[in-house]
Design a protein around this ligand. Sequence first.
Ligand code: GAP
Length: 538
Amino acid sequence: MSSMDKIVSLCKRRGFLFQSSEIYGGLNGFWDYGPLGVELKRNVKEAWWQDMVSRHNELLQPKGAPSTYEMVGLDCTIIMHPQVWKCSGHYDLFHDYMVDCRESKKRYRYDQVRGRWVEAKGKKVFITALVEAEQEDATLQQRALKFFNLRGKDADSLIWDGPATSLADIKEFENVLAPDAKELGTLTTPREFNLMFKTIVGALGSDDDAAFLRPETAQGIFVNFKNVLDSSRVAIPFGICQVGKSFRNEITPRNFTFRSREFEQMELEFFCHPETSRAWYEYWRNRRFDWYLKHGLAAERLRLREHAAEEIAHYSCGTADIEYAFPFLPTGDYGELEGIAHRADFDLRSHMEGKLVKNAEGQLVVEQGSDGKPKHRGSGRDMSYRNEVSNERFIPHVIEPSAGADRATLAFLCEAFKEDQAPDENGNMQTRTVLQLHPRFAPFKAAVFPLVKKDGMPEVAMELYGALKQKFPVFYDEKGAVGRRYRRQDEVGTPYCITVDGQSVSDKTVTIRDRDSLEQVRLKIDDVVAEISRRIES
Ligand code: GAP
């Protein structure tokens, strides 16, 4: 079993994640968080919110920041005025390319189908598969053998040409064997597919009532920029944060929750003066990278990738992705956790003037329709900012660190998953499964066990459990051997297990066992709440 298979299986078995609508066969690209998963993801989002908004001190200049700044929050609707998506560019441009298979009637994202050229019996074909990286080679070989009507022992007669590559690198599909086809050349040419989910607002149901589920939370922030400015005392530089659901009709959702159709984002739009925007971009890029390191992602599996000039939007002076080497990816590949983009004044101007495009001179101008009028008209509202001291008026530049709550949760889960050796209840070394989650993220911060269900131990344990529960989620367990109870907690990432034994009843002390070091210390019961709080915070 690969480590990813073990993680997926643990998630289901211990109630972190379930396939949505599983009893009806599931719905591809949708996931439900179980009792432990909901706590884990809430903790990730809460840590982000605390670090970005509620614990931010606007009076102090954080290390590396160009100046002090303010941070506020927002919670906007999922369905917004359709014009929002026309001006943001999502209506015209937010699409992927897909191909349809005429034989299997399946639809694939063009760039996600991978395959390899292979020759046998005088014919060369591009065999494809849509599988996890670890299974790619074996699946391609199996499909090639089947296609050429060869047996396993004939594998040497297959002549492979070059490594596996994306279908997007192939020009003609005539000799392509689609992932679920038996015949060659069944794929259509690539077509655009808008990723926004469409819905109807109101009872009439005509096309005029069409609306979209937001594909990002960011636009709610841009369209409320003036409301926030006018209703709070914030002054530039300041940031507006939002955490919430986003929806994308991904053609091929895959890799567990990594690419889902319904997911949560944690986005900041940081508004600053154009002259300082580069410095703010660098600040946020580094600060966000450090956030993942601080919360346990290993430096050797995390990287900050600055986009090359040709990848960056023309109006921007920088974009970087924070990427993680997820275990389901081929060795050396990374998946995006968060993007940090310098968006200049593109969004505020679009919502003010209308959808922008680049003209022949490389300047952003309002896109014209065939009638010479703006293709998608903006709100006409003034989105500029006036500095009350200098009286300078300008359209702020925006730095956007945009993170996925589900991807971050998945990365923390993958990183935390370990199998090590630990003594069982008889002192014999055994393989144990442990989630070494950062204590801030652990669904339960502690578990309380009476050693046995008699001699006054349960009463002491229950009292301690009640006191701890006032502060954070705690688990109470009196069933089975204590060693097995430790294992059950290790597997779900509980950092501290507190055992009430015979000595506890007489001298009011308990032992605290550390999940990672396995070290046990004895402590006064009265000090336990403070000690666990201290350890979680540190
Ligand atoms: N406002 C900018 C924006 O939405 P993005 O790179 O498209 O940028 C930001 O998305 C983050 O949202 C990604 O880095 C990723 O963590 C998360 N995300 C995007 N699409 C996702 C999907 N289909 N499933 C899960 N998370 C996704």
